[in-house]
Design a protein around this ligand. Structure first.
Ligand SMILES: Nc1ncnc2c1ncn2[C@@H]1O[C@H](COP(=O)(O)OP(=O)(O)OP(=O)(O)O)[C@@H](O)[C@H]1O
Length: 316
């Protein structure tokens, strides 16, 4: 369980003047679902491409399964399954033929290959689409085909680069459950995404990237413990006199209080009875209020606190 599957040391990758990876380090252990989380352009895809030796780099070392990774490390490559951001299948081949083609790159025994292809089709739920050509598949089904092509040869390390972009919720859930099942069956998984909810849902350990650097790493609980925020309280309230806002802001454990558009938002650090104390103040001043909710910190809060900006674009 504790064997190192991937080790990236001091990786530097430049595109001209742009430093895409800035002394990036990473260690991934056997059996992990490792999440590489970061906003667009933070260097996730560049990391994966360097890892796979698809891209040369300026400095650093990469080892996979304890061996140095090079463009001709075919013994390593055959143990890796890759599902890239852009769907890469042949339009002129059917679903079955596509999976058979990719599986055939690694598995020459025909009977074994037939079995593996059938297992992959079943795994992604494309049984009814065996003879379909990719053009006839919806975006979600096409993604599932892409995944089947990447995992049919039963790789020990599976790398998925944003596999759920532009995928409907049903296919998205299926993909996430599928990744967890592959992991339960023994595969180590690297999963890149800028969707923090997905990473929170399935990843056992997470590295957060920004501008080619690793800004934080740990389990999701460890990451959340790194920041000041432990709870955000929101109270819908029509009117809030300035002196009451001041009183609330002065309560213990509240380090930020904001009242905008009828919403009082309080950031708390530690403490057990923050909400009760706030409501006591409102009662004392006989102020009515609407909905009240409290939220635990998210990975976005972690990113926000470390980098000063939100993790993902609004349109996502
Ligand atoms: N071929 C290239 N030539 C020049 N710059 C590039 C190239 N590929 C990537 N970059 C730049 O390198 C940086 C890292 O890009 P990369 O695609 O690795 O980020 P990412 O985190 O995977 O983003 P996304 O979520 O958008 O895929 C970005 O600033 C990007 O514009």
């Amino acid at each position: 369980m504790e064997n190192t599957v991937v080790r990236i040391k001091d990786l530097v990758k430049r595109y001209g003047d742009l430093i895409a990876l800035d002394h990036f380090e990473l260690e991934i252990k056997d059996g992990e679902i490792f999440g590489l989380l970061g906003p667009n352009g933070s260097g996730k895809t560049t990391t994966i491409n360097c890892l796979l030796s698809l891209l040369s780099f300026d400095k650093g070392d990469i080892e996979i399964f304890g061996k140095k990774m090079t463009p001709v490390s075919y013994d390593i490559k055959k143990e890796i399954g890759v599902i890239m951001q852009n769907v890469a299948v042949f339009d002129e081949l059917t679903v079955y033929e596509n999976i058979d083609y990719f599986c055939g790159l690694y598995i020459s025994d025909k009977a074994k290959r037939r079995q593996y292809v059938e297992e992959a089709i079943k795994f992604v739920g494309l049984e009814d689409f065996r003879k379909f050509y990719p053009k006839k598949l919806s975006g979600g089904l096409l993604r599932r085909l892409n995944i089947a092509c990447g995992i049919a040869h039963k790789p020990k390390l599976i790398i998925l680069d944003e596999p759920t972009v532009a995928v409907d919720p049903q296919s998205r859930n299926r993909i996430l459950e599928g990744i967890q099942e592959l992991n339960r069956n023994g595969a180590t998984v690297i999963y890149t995404s800028h969707y923090m909810e997905e990473v929170e849902q399935i990843c056992t350990r997470i590295a957060i990237m920004d501008k080619g650097r690793k800004v934080a790493e740990g389990t999701k609980d460890e990451l959340k413990r790194m920041i000041k925020n432990t709870e955000t309280i929101t109270i819908e309230i029509l009117e809030l006199p300035g002196k009451v806002l001041g009183e609330v802001a002065g309560l213990p454990h509240i380090y930020d209080a904001d009242y905008v558009d009828g919403r009082l938002v309080l950031s708390c650090s530690g403490g057990k009875h923050n909400l009760t104390r706030v409501l006591d103040v409102l009662h004392k001043h006989e102020l009515g209020f609407g909905r009240v909710y409290t939220e635990l910190p998210t990975l976005n809060d972690v990113f926000l606190e470390i980098t000063g900006k939100a993790l993902r674009d609004k349109e996502d």
